[in-house]
Design a protein around this ligand. Structure first.
Ligand SMILES: O=C(O)CCC(=O)C(=O)O
Ligand SMILES: [Fe+2]
Length: 364
């Protein structure tokens, strides 16, 4: 005779996401199985980034380092970028998205290899399980032919990369975006020093591969979503050193960050505050010790939402590899060419944009 032992096991549940076209999943852990993870983002006071005293900058870096390791996201308060400039940029972004579709479509992003220009509703599809991202956007970035930048890029090219609307009713947009771009660029250069300090490296350690950074602003408009299964932007990681997000003041949070237990943690909108997140290249150099944390947007609060992420990357022809201090003996490590990795990730996004296409335009 044998006794029958029955055990009941809870069905395992997972959160699914796409990381540059590569599907990933994370088990949802609750009760006793739950790990020690974060349930909110720390607020870090960035006044110290402007201090002439290295000890102040190092103290700031310690707080930043802990957030990068444990969360991959934090709020930067007292960042020093002019609040009126940020408000004016939001106003310009709002006005731009209110323009007639044909004026926006003049700069349709499928006309450029680097996806610059206007992206229409549902054309983006970062999570293939959705009907597309419920957002419209405008992407610009490093371009040696735009005089407002007045900076060379690598590899040197005189080919334009950005597209700008030519209609007089949109003339306000380009200067407004450039004021924001140049302010965020300067702040990002300082920010990179803090990340280097947080890794116990000299402040300028990453500067040699960030002399001509790849950069992007994506201005985004998320209408209120009515269908529970929709997303504003599907779950993903960012492919840059780090991202600075300015978001408009909606009553309910819309940006969400995935924690170690597979729970989406809301990012509360806070006035004059940047949301900062570690992205793939910082994860790479730290051998994964810092997290490039998965995030998404769901705009369920019934209000229009606008955001203006600034993505800051190394030089296009730079190479990144795991830093000495994170290498394990006997293991071999390969370097990644920044521009190649970047373009691979961008191409995945661009082809998912082109899937079965009602109203979708071919890449020209
Ligand atoms: O709109 C946001 O708050 C974040 C957008 C985002 O994650 C992205 O554009 O990569
Ligand atoms: Fe993102």
């Amino acid at each position: 005779m044998s006794a029958t032992i029955t055990t009941t096991t809870e069905p395992e549940q997972y959160v699914h996401y796409h990381d540059g076209g590569v599907p990933g999943k994370r088990r949802i852990l609750t009760g006793k199985a739950a790990k020690d993870t974060f349930n909110e983002l720390p607020k870090i006071d960035f006044r110290r980034i402007y201090s002439h005293d290295i000890n102040d900058r190092k103290e700031l870096a310690r707080e930043v380092g802990a957030a990068c390791r444990d969360i991959g996201f934090f709020y930067a308060v007292n960042h020093g970028v002019d609040e009126d400039l940020l408000n004016d940029t939001f106003e310009a972004v709002r006005k731009y998205f209110d323009l007639p579709t044909d004026i926006k479509m003049e700069c349709h992003n499928q006309k450029t290899e680097k996806f610059r220009g206007y992206e229409a509703f549902l054309e983006g599809k970062l999570d293939p399980n959705t009907r597309g991202d419920l957002k419209e956007g405008f992407l610009m970035g490093e371009d040696a032919t735009d005089p407002e930048q007045n900076r060379p890029i690598t590899p040197a090219t005189a080919e334009p990369r950005n597209q700008w609307p030519s209609h007089p009713s949109a003339a306000f947009f380009r200067p407004a975006i450039y004021r924001y771009y140049n302010a965020m660029y300067d702040f990002s250069k300082r920010m990179l020093h803090i990340f280097a300090l947080a890794l116990d490296l000299p402040e300028d350690y990453f500067d040699v591969i960030t002399t001509h950074p790849m950069t992007n602003i994506r201005a985004v408009h998320y209408p209120p979503q009515e269908i529970e299964s929709d997303v504003g932007i599907g779950a993903h990681t960012d492919f840059c050193w780090f991202t600075l997000v300015c978001q408009s003041q909606t009553k309910l949070p819309a940006l969400e960050v995935l924690n170690g237990n597979g729970i989406w943690v809301p990012v509360e909108p806070a006035r004059n505050t940047f949301v900062v997140n570690v992205a793939d290249f910082l994860k790479m150099v730290t051998g994964g010790t810092w997290q490039s944390t998965v995030h998404r947007v769901r705009n369920m609060g019934g209000e229009e939402r606008y955001s203006m992420p600034f993505f800051f990357s190394p030089n296009e022809d730079g190479k990144v590899g795991v830093l000495e201090q994170f290498r394990e003996p006997g293991k071999t490590y390969e370097e990644v060419v920044v521009g190649e990795y970047f373009q691979r990730r961008l191409d995945v996004d661009r082809t998912t944009h082109l899937e079965e296409g009602e109203g979708r335009r071919p890449y020209i």
